[in-house]
Design a protein around this ligand. Structure first.
Ligand code: ATP
Ligand code: MG
Length: 454
């Protein structure tokens, strides 16, 4: 893997940065954001017509959920009729967040952080100063190995009079934290912050897919929504919960109490189209062009982006990582976009280099079979190729390859299980397929063929 010089393309820096687009990020959110007209119209009309919203934003990994939410918050912030306060840093769903008090403290903390960024002097206001002290205190408790989840478990409320900036003691109970939240909401609706008077608040909770990966958390997440239901119904509070494709159907819909307060249809975020993804990359390169460069050089052909789009089902993050893997293999200066054959060869080689040292000759034979044949491999076939007993194949060959993320179970016929390459390692096959084509359009010195096909 080489270090990629972006300057050779006439770019100041990496255009394939996989972070979500965010207000105040390196790329201007306004300029770099592509498409999503339909989703944005829907969000806008929903938020305009209601004074309280709970909405799930659902979609597969890396399709652009967080960026969409960030973009929409940025637009709402500046809305002429009904500007809504929001925090540029979203709240991350996590095990500890699944608790009403922690959730409220997190919301309060992120609002204060946003105010501190936009107009720090407001933090001297008594309401905010008091809240700041609470947040400081709870953070101190969780850092010192204490019990952030238990902060409000001090029964009827404990007085902490040591806090900075305030004169009255802090009482931490669920009810009191709820009251603090309402006070803060009142504050943002009545005061001017950064020259703006806000109408309401957007709460954006990100990444429920991470929490829900652990199947044991499903019940916890459902009961969390039951717990925070009343807060979510506060007037002028607009909540967005981002999660996997089945987030609404699995978590919200089954529980009538929760379902009744949520917008009936989740906002389903589909992958951007192939041409939109290409447009997004072009936009980034335009924005990141080096000084005095008239035209940047596109690192790869659009066709390659299309192919990666198919491979990763529109997951933009994986597409960008794939492109970086390709470019990291290219030792020569790129003077024109890499062709499909070149790119696929380089990507296949990258995948091979990544794992080849972990593979015994036997495992390599299994990969060679999959790369050269257009079919999956069964235990029986593997035992024939390797000259080993069927009973040894699963444990000694398939399992380690599965653990490395190279193979996955593809189908079962009766008792027979068939394995094939995962999406991530599919490029090994392209490497083989492009071998012939590549000889025509790439010099031998650029790519030396390692051993997989020997
Ligand atoms: N509409 C868009 N225009 C341009 N770039 C986008 C757009 N949507 C997403 N991206 C880019 O795609 C990548 C993935 O986007 P994002 O992180 O928003 O997806 P996600 O669905 O939230 O992912 P995850 O499932 O990992 O949370 C980011 O690098 C982001 O900058
Ligand atoms: Mg996200």
């Amino acid at each position: 893997m080489q270090i990629i010089s972006w300057q050779q393309f006439g770019l100041k820096t990496n255009p394939y940065d996989t972070l979500p687009l965010v207000d105040g990020g390196e790329l201007s959110l306004e300029d770099a954001f592509i498409g999503r007209d339909h989703e944005r119209k829907l969000l806008s009309s929903l938020f305009k017509s209601e004074n309280n919203i709970c909405l799930t934003v659902c979609g597969d990994t890396g399709v652009g959920k967080t960026s969409l939410a960030n973009f929409q918050k940025f637009i709402w912030k500046q809305d002429k009729e009904k500007p809504l306060f929001s925090c540029r840093r979203e709240i991350e769903a996590s095990d500890t967040l699944l608790d009403k008090q922690n959730f409220l403290l997190e919301v309060i903390g992120s609002m204060l952080r946003e105010i501190a960024l936009v107009e720090p002097k407001l933090l001297t206001d008594p309401t905010l100063a008091k809240l700041n002290a609470i947040i400081d205190f709870t953070q101190m408790m969780s850092i010192s190995g204490g019990i952030s989840a238990d902060v409000a478990g001090f029964g009827g409320g404990v007085n902490f009079s040591k806090e900075r900036n305030t004169s009255s003691p802090i009482k931490l109970t669920t009810t009191s934290i709820e009251q603090h939240f309402l006070n803060l909401l009142g504050f943002i609706k009545t005061k001017t912050i950064g020259g703006r008077q806000y109408y309401g608040l957007v709460i954006h909770v990100n990444n429920f897919d991470v929490v829900l990966k652990d199947k044991n958390n499903k019940k916890k997440v459902i009961s969390f929504f039951n717990e925070i239901r009343d807060i979510l119904q506060t007037k002028d509070v607009y909540s967005l919960f981002l999660g996997p494709s089945d987030f609404y159907s699995q978590i919200i819909a089954p529980e009538q109490r929760v379902k009744s307060i949520f917008t009936r249809t989740p906002l389903v975020v589909k992958p951007l189209s192939k041409t939109e993804v290409v447009r997004a990359f072009e936009k980034r390169m335009e924005l990141l062009k080096s000084k005095n460069v008239q035209q940047y050089i596109k690192p790869i052909d659009d066709e390659v982006v299309f192919r990666l789009h198919d491979l990763y089902h529109g997951d933009i993050r994986s597409i960008m990582t794939g492109i970086k893997d390709i470019l990291g293999q290219c030792s020569d200066r790129v003077v024109q976009p890499l062709s499909m054959n070149e790119a696929m060869t380089l990507l296949g080689r990258e995948r091979w280099e990544r794992v080849s040292s972990d593979l015994s000759p036997g495992k390599q034979s299994i990969l060679t079979f999959l790369v050269k044949n257009n079919k999956y491999i069964s235990t029986k076939e593997a035992s024939t190729i390797l000259g080993k007993q069927s009973s040894n194949i699963s444990g000694y060959y398939f399992k380690p390859l599965k653990d490395l993320g190279i193979l996955e179970e593809k189908e079962r016929k009766g008792k027979m299980v068939y394995f094939g390459l995962t999406d991530e390692y599919q490029p090994l096959k392209w490497w083989f397929e492009s071998e012939i084509g590549v000889k025509k359009d790439i010099s031998d010195t650029k790519i030396k063929q390692p051993t997989l096909f020997d």
